[in-house]
Design a binder for this molecule. Sequence first.
Ligand code: R1P
Ligand code: URA
Length: 331
Amino acid sequence: LSPAYANANFPLDPDGRTYHVHTKAGQIAPRVVTVGDMLRARTLATHLDGPPAFEHTSKRGFHAITGTFRGVPVSIVAIGMGIGNMDMFVREVRATTSGPLRIVRFGSCGAVGQGHCGQIAVAAHGAVMLTRHYDAFLPAATRTSPDPSASTPASASASTPASASVSTAHVVTDKADAAATTAGSRVLCGGRYHVSQVCPADGPLSDHLAAHLAAHLGGAQHVICGLNATADTFYASQGRADPHFDDGNASLIAELRALEPAIETLEMENFMLFHLAACSAAADPASQIRAAACAMIFADRVNNAFIESAQVAILEKVGGLAVLEALCLHD
Ligand code: R1P
Ligand code: URA
């Protein structure tokens, strides 16, 4: 039987364990590396000073390992994928730790700029959030409100209410196309996708990451620093073609790069980490979260290449050591 949880607002079990990560105070260190998969977490744990003092897999699949790295307490937490999991992880770890908290994500990504498979990209310029604009895929006849494409002038929307249309053509074809070309617009593919403003990463932590990665990978040429786009999906919102669905994303990567030329990578969690770090600093400056992220380039979206498993194993081991040094060896 599951334990009883008190407080529907922020559920905790009788011992103070959180609802998804399922750890309590004292089990997670104030320096945390977060990764997507459990095997990567175990690889990083081989760099710890000895056997972990704490290890736990929650029934929701969050896997937490805590020990020391060169004498400094550190946790490694595998969270799975997506911004929803990142949100649960950051909030639940924040709730069960006190004081300043540093979090570094060591993920994988696709490269859309100068990077190639086998390099590691640091999101030193921060991240944008790239989301599918779900309402833009509704058939016009089922729409109950005006086209929500953000930058369509209110007067234009009012003059062409969706309810006046009996067409089943996707609503993006006219008003949203116009919205996409509006000055300052951050919509792509005729209104089907939306790009947020940039959320910054922690500067010094990102610099440490880049420096330690360069030292361990054999030079700065193996490390790409730039802006990251966090997508709400792996497929459509990252511009992947899928004949089974109408995604309207053929020009997504080109338009994304035209909008933000510094974007080097696509992955699925960084923005939420940076965003929550900023929100935590605004709520409580004294115990702020400092966050940075890097990701191994698994997919080259320019040349359509994918990394080999043997190279992944090396990158996880060597890159993981660099990440632990960047996180643990600096004030
Ligand atoms: C998609 O395959 C997953 O890989 C990337 C994405 O952000 C997403 O979580 O990161 P991880 O390898 O850390 O999971
Ligand atoms: N992870 C992603 O999110 N995208 C990729 O292309 C590769 C890894």
